[in-house]
Ligand binder design. Structure first.
Ligand SMILES: [Mg+2]
Length: 407
């Protein structure tokens, strides 16, 4: 076979391209985690939300920002976002575990081996019933996805082999202590362009029914999602679920504590409302087992509760496989965690309004360019890694204003 000069040039260019790609891949394979830096902060809050008060009179949304630097200088950012009043992880315990247990296990590792890093962290802090310190380790998972994406020049969606999707419709949280405040809180949401509302219910079903009716009256077309945060006992939940359905609620999340397994089975069997779990669904194994036990119709996803993007993406896959409902939720995520969550939900084509209320309650950002949120539409970041640029002076300033020190 003869080849002409042009064919030869083109074959040579292709060979050079492949060699170059190979060299790049080889470079990445040899990159190691050089250091992990930690910045504890409390993001300032606006409005009332029942979870955010800390010890010694502190307030704000706690987070530990995690900067992982590879030995080629590439940086990945993540953040752990504990809420002591939501689960057992606190700003202080997250900081100590990240500094004294996870960091020594991470330094020197290949940052693109995310499964390997998660397994290494398991050896440092053993699992309990499920994955240990999931919210704390979620920050590491986020930083490793960010770093890997930057090394490979791939977005999160590309790393997952999916299209970016989005935008994501956001839902407004109605968390009130008095019914007289419902209209005002909803009006504030509407003023900002929100059309869908999620309510916090339990422990008082009488109050909850009035709240649900009022919100439904004010938003007849919206998706109305009630989250009890495990606050009912089984008898109360079984009594309340059909009444909440009559009041116009579309789904009931976390009616019981997650270890009330027979109660969950009874509620799912009752079928008054789709029963979603949140608290207690941490690893993909938990979800598979709870599904097999007939405890749920779906899950309110949140990467931070699951130990990060790896576990959460596997759980969304499980839901898709078994026809379970999955809704997009979060832990009042600040910007880095919110960016990761939006990118994940976009990649899996979330269509229902997401209870991502960071933009509703948090007033500060550490990003060089803020996330694009127009009315209730949150655009999915599509750049390499988590698709964001963290402004380190803003991180240091927020830490200083929080009265905290680097760990
Ligand atoms: Mg919830």
């Amino acid at each position: 076979m003869k080849i002409d000069r042009r064919q030869f040039a083109s074959a040579a260019a292709a060979a050079a391209f492949c060699a170059n790609r190979f060299a790049h891949a080889k470079d990445h394979a040899s990159v190691k985690i050089d250091r992990v830096e930690l910045f504890p902060v409390r993001y300032p809050l606006t409005g009332y939300f029942k979870f955010f008060t800390g010890p010694h009179g502190s307030s704000g949304r706690a987070a530990v920002l995690i900067k992982i630097t590879a030995d080629d200088g590439t940086v990945g950012w993540g953040e752990s976002i504990p809420i002591a009043k939501w689960s057992y992880e606190t700003l202080e315990t997250a900081t100590i575990v990240l500094r004294d247990y996870y960091t020594p296990a991470l330094v020197g590792r290949d940052p693109t081996d995310i499964d390997g890093a998660l397994a290494a962290m398991d050896l440092e802090v053993a699992p309990g019933f499920s994955t240990g310190m999931p919210i704390t380790r979620s920050g590491v998972d986020l930083a490793l996805y960010d770093l890997t994406g930057k090394l490979r020049n791939q977005s999160l969606a590309q790393m997952l082999g999916r299209a970016p999707g989005g935008p994501i419709t956001l839902s407004w949280t109605v968390n009130v202590q008095q019914l007289a405040n419902v209209d005002r809180v909803m009006e504030e949401g509407r003023r900002r362009g929100f059309r869908n509302f999620n309510i916090k219910v339990a422990p008082d079903p009488k109050f909850d029914l009035q709240l649900a009716r009022r919100v439904r009256e004010n938003a007849p077309e919206g998706f109305l999602w009630a989250d009890a945060n495990g606050g009912y006992d089984p008898a109360t939940a079984l009594d309340a679920a059909p009444k909440l359905a009559d009041a116009g609620v579309d789904v009931l999340e976390a009616p019981l504590k997650p270890n009330q397994m027979s109660g969950y089975r009874a509620l799912t069997k009752q079928a008054a409302l789709p029963i979603l779990m949140d608290e207690g669904v941490i690893s993909p194994t938990d979800l598979r087992e709870f599904y097999k036990a007939g405890m749920l119709n779906g899950v309110a996803m949140k990467p931070s509760r699951c130990g990060g993007l790896r576990s959460c993406s596997q759980q969304i896959e499980l839901c898709l496989q078994h026809g379970l409902m999955w809704l997009g939720s979060g832990l009042t995520d600040p910007d880095i965690s919110l960016a990761a969550t939006l990118a994940l939900y976009g990649a899996y084509g979330l269509s229902k309004p997401a209870a991502l209320n960071g933009p509703q309650f948090l007033t500060d950002s550490v990003l060089a360019v803020p996330l694009r949120i127009e009315k209730d539409q949150a655009h999915v970041p599509t750049g390499p890694g988590l698709g964001i640029e963290v402004d380190e002076p803003k991180v240091l300033d927020l830490m200083k204003r929080s009265g905290l020190q680097p760990a």
